[in-house]
Each structure stands twice: as C-alpha cells, then as structure tokens.
Design a protein around this ligand. Structure first.
Ligand code: PEP
Length: 244
C-alpha cells in the first residue's frame, strides 16, 4: 500500500500558485493521488475542492481548527463542521510552529482533537522534541508527555501522529534513519497499547526532500511523511510522492 504524503503549505501561496500546482498534480498521469493530502491556507480550500480537484483523489487538510466546537461569537475562528462542509477530511493539530509561536498548550490541543473526531475529521497530531531534549537524552519522555493528553479523549477515532523534531523543521537538519526509527517505533507502541482499536498511522516530518524521501519512506512501520518547504516546489514534491 502506498504511504501518505502530506503537504503543509503553511502561510504560503496565492491563487496563481494554487491554480498552477494543483492543476498539475490533479492531471499527473502516473499517480491517482489517493495517498496525497494537501494542507492549504483556509481561504483556498473551497476553490481547490470545487474547481481544481474535482476529478482527483487528492485529499485536503486544514492547518488548524478552533478549540470552540459550536458556531458563535468567536471572531476569526473556523470549526470542524465548517471544514467538513468545505470538503476537508484531515486537520493538522499541534504543529510546532503553533505550539511555539502562538503558545498552544496541551489542553487546547486535546479540545481540538476531540472536535476533529466529533466532526469526522482525521487529526494529524504533531509531536516532537526541541533540540535541548534531544541533547540531554529526554526526547522520549518529552514526546510521551505530548501524547499523554490524548488519553483523556473518550470518542477516539482513526488518527495520524506526525513525529516532527522541532530542530529539523525548516532547517535542513535531518535526524539519522536510526533516530527516526527509534522515535516512530516508540510512538507506534505507545499508541497501539492505548488505542489499538482504531487505525493509527505514524509519519515523519522535518526537512524531507526529493533526495532523502526514499530512505525515510522505507523505514519499518512508517506510514508516510509530512512535508513543509519541499511541498512548495512542484518538482521536489512530485519526486517525494513518487517514492511513497
Ligand atoms: C513542517 O513544517 O511540518 C515541516 C515538516 O517543514 P519542513 O519540511 O520544511 O522541514
């Protein structure tokens, strides 16, 4: 089975780029795109779904959702039902940029995961250690703590966990394959023990490129990759997808 390739465009792109890139992906002859998920900025999602990906199996993710569940007076927020309505199937939760730049903490992230489940969206829950925890050897405890909040959720459903070491995101610094394997095995075991009754995929993210994707994607038990910078370069992204 093909492995997942998720593109996180972050706050990048404009209508010209969306039209050009998605038009190209939707018409690629050698892939049906069923393992490809694009996390676009909110405002381009409906356009992408209704105009560019009509005959494509490529799926859409949002980069975040509100921790408020119901509609109401929450200026600027987008909830899970709105995402579902727009054709979104997945949602990134707890990306390290939101944790560090916006200060999103454990309980808010757990509300978001719960809301995603309630709206039948599959969460892409991001975990990963800062450089300090890698250096002092406490990285597995750090990640275990990030995962532990999930245990408070009752209505658990299928989930994707993305292991993204903070020090690798956007830096070009790649952990060794053995380091990726160690942590993704740890996450897989942790999740299987507690939530083995749902479908769990564990991905790697951080400085994935067309050059290193083959080795990473061949790791045992790895469900795929989450790609930031390289997902904005059409050739690089197609090269990654071709290795999945
Ligand atoms: C990310 O932001 O999720 C990411 C993996 O970024 P990059 O591929 O640029 O390291």
């Amino acid at each position: 089975m093909k492995k997942l390739v998720i593109a996180n465009w972050k706050m990048n792109g404009d209508l010209n780029k969306i039209n050009a890139d998605l038009g190209y992906y939707a018409n690629l002859p050698d892939t049906n795109g069923s393992n490809v998920i694009l996390a676009l900025p909110y405002i381009y999602i409906v356009w992408a779904k209704q105009r560019l990906l009509v005959n494509s199996q490529i799926k859409l993710a949002a980069q975040d959702l509100s921790h408020y569940r119901n509609c109401g007076a929450y200026t600027g927020k987008i909830n899970g039902e709105m995402l579902k309505d727009a054709g979104v199937e997945y949602v990134i939760i707890g990306h390290s940029e939101r944790r560090s730049l916006i200060g999103e903490n454990g309980p808010i992230l757990i509300h978001k995961v719960r809301n995603a489940f309630d709206s039948n969206l599959t969460p892409i829950f991001c975990v990963g250690e800062p450089l300090s925890a890698r250096s002092d050897g406490s990285y597995l405890q750090f990640i275990e703590l990030q995962l532990s909040g999930l245990e408070d959720i009752q209505n658990f459903k299928d989930i994707i966990i993305a292991y993204e070491p903070c020090w690798s995101i956007g830096t070009g610094k790649l952990p060794t394959l053995a380091e990726i394997q160690e942590v993704t095995n740890f996450i897989n075991q942790y999740m299987q023990k507690r939530f083995g009754y749902v479908k769990i995929s564990v991905l790697y993210g951080g400085s994935v490129t067309g050059q290193n994707a083959r080795d990473i994607l061949s790791l045992n038990g790895l469900g795929g990759v989450l790609v930031g910078g390289s997902s904005l370069k059409v050739d690089d992204f197609v090269a990654i997808c071709s290795k999945a």
